[in-house]
Ligand binder design. Structure first.
Ligand code: SF4
Ligand code: SF4
Length: 206
């Protein structure tokens, strides 16, 4: 268990709802849910959810911290916004689901092999180096995220699409050497470090 997770459990020992309100994007909306189930019924993922949004909100209020934060439910949300436009209480459901995923990740509780969580990490690692996404490297890291053999198989399967993209100048193979980035890379790293510092201080209640 991470130190941050331990600190959070200590701080919010008696109320997971309070913890969500203080730390999750739009988390203070959770208490407004009236459990009508419209969001869950509108979600195109339907039966594929481990816990649809209405259930997640009920579990938060019931203090089921581990079940919520270790669930892969929030990582399934495709941001289609069906739930938001239909919620009679106008809860920003999509943002709460992504906020919960982000919070679980910060605490080290996100499921390790969930594909969307893996993609989110690959995307961030790719972006953070130069301030711009290197699409070629991101594509390759996705192909190889489940191992070398799987990566080779996927690369061969996708080779015609890749070649077509190169021919039509939608992809530049030279990007493998580095590609575009922001001019002030050290400035970018300073901004990110400062943001981490602020988040840590907020988490520790400083
Ligand atoms: S539609 Fe809104 S009020 Fe109804 S269960 Fe979903 S979040 Fe709660
Ligand atoms: S935004 Fe997410 S939770 Fe809402 S309906 Fe779409 S997939 Fe489901």
């Amino acid at each position: 268990m991470s130190d941050l997770n331990t600190a959070m459990i200590e701080k919010y020992r008696n109320s997971f709802l309070k913890e969500v309100e203080a730390n999750v994007e739009e988390g203070d909306w959770v208490k407004m849910c009236m459990q009508c189930g419209v969001c869950s019924g509108s979600c195109p993922l339907g039966p594929h959810w481990e816990h649809p949004p209405q259930e997640i909100f009920m579990m938060i209020r019931a203090g089921k911290r581990d079940e919520v934060l270790q669930s892969d439910a929030m990582w399934m949300c495709t941001s289609c916004y069906n739930c938001i436009v239909r919620c009679p209480r106008e809860l920003p459901i999509t943002h709460i689901m992504h906020g919960l995923a982000h919070y679980a990740k910060r605490l080290g509780l996100a499921p390790k092999n969930q594909p969307t969580a893996k993609f989110a990490q690959l995307f961030w690692d790719n972006l953070v180096k130069s301030g711009r996404v290197n699409e070629l490297k991101l594509g390759l890291s996705l192909y190889f995220m489940n191992g070398f053999g799987e990566g080779i198989k996927t690369s061969l399967k996708m080779k015609n699409i890749g070649l077509g993209m190169v021919k039509t100048k939608r992809m530049n193979p030279m990007e493998i050497l580095g590609g575009h980035g922001v001019k002030d890379k050290s400035g970018l790293q300073k901004i990110l470090n400062k943001a981490r510092e602020i988040e840590e201080a907020k988490a520790q209640g400083a």
